[in-house]
Ligand binder design. Structure first.
Ligand SMILES: CC(C)(COP(=O)(O)OP(=O)(O)OC[C@H]1O[C@@H](n2cnc3c(N)ncnc32)[C@H](O)[C@@H]1OP(=O)(O)O)[C@@H](O)C(=O)NCCC(=O)NCCS
Length: 157
């Protein structure tokens, strides 16, 4: 992998707009109440400054190529579960090199460092990726018209 580093995305970073545009293009249609602008400002608020919420980016030099986040909420119908690994995304030309795996590990480290012993994600088609990284299937349910799996990751205390 060519010199990829994983860094925290700060609220005031110039990269917030770029990374928010990726996640809006990927998932914005599932949240029709948002415009690109309100999505970007909500994403900016999720950046936080440590713990929950946090956003991380994979950087190739000064160019962001992927992202993953630790958030308090990610599924409107399951607010009983918290926190969540969310917004896992790698630019198409950078896929298949382990960048998502590194981003996910970074989010896991962040969660463990603030005393979280388990957290969640949901996915409709990436169960295999997460199972290989130690995540377990927790529940299958229909969410926004799609069958998804909630997965659970237990962390060392
Ligand atoms: C899902 C997604 C984040 C994966 O990103 P990625 O950086 O390609 O993921 P990784 O490289 O860590 O792992 C992907 C595959 O590459 C393989 N891989 C890992 N390191 C590798 C390496 N050094 N060389 C070649 N392949 C490698 C992994 O085994 C994995 O295999 P799989 O395709 O059978 O699952 C990316 O495809 C994406 O952004 N998709 C659109 C958004 C999305 O679906 N997000 C997930 C929401 S739950």
């Amino acid at each position: 992998m060519r010199d990829i580093t994983i860094v925290r995305l700060n609220t005031d970073s110039d990269h917030v707009a770029t990374v928010a545009s990726w996640t809006y293009a990927e998932w914005g249609h599932l949240n029709p109440a948002y415009t690109a602008e309100t999505w970007r400002e909500a994403f900016r608020r999720e950046c936080g400054d440590g713990g929950v919420p946090s956003v991380f980016v994979a950087m190739q030099g000064d160019r962001p190529v992927g992202t993953a986040a630790l958030m308090a909420e990610d599924m409107a119908s399951r607010r009983d579960l918290t926190p969540w690994l969310a917004s896992v995304f790698v630019l198409p030309e950078w896929r298949g090199q382990g960048i998502a795996a590194r981003l996910i590990r970074r989010v896991e480290e962040e969660a463990a460092a603030c005393g979280i012993d388990q957290f969640y994600l949901y996915t409709h088609d990436q169960q295999g990726l997460y199972r290989r990284l130690g995540w377990c299937d927790h529940e299958i349910l229909n969410y926004r018209g799609e069958e998804v799996t909630i997965m659970l990751r237990r962390l060392e205390a």
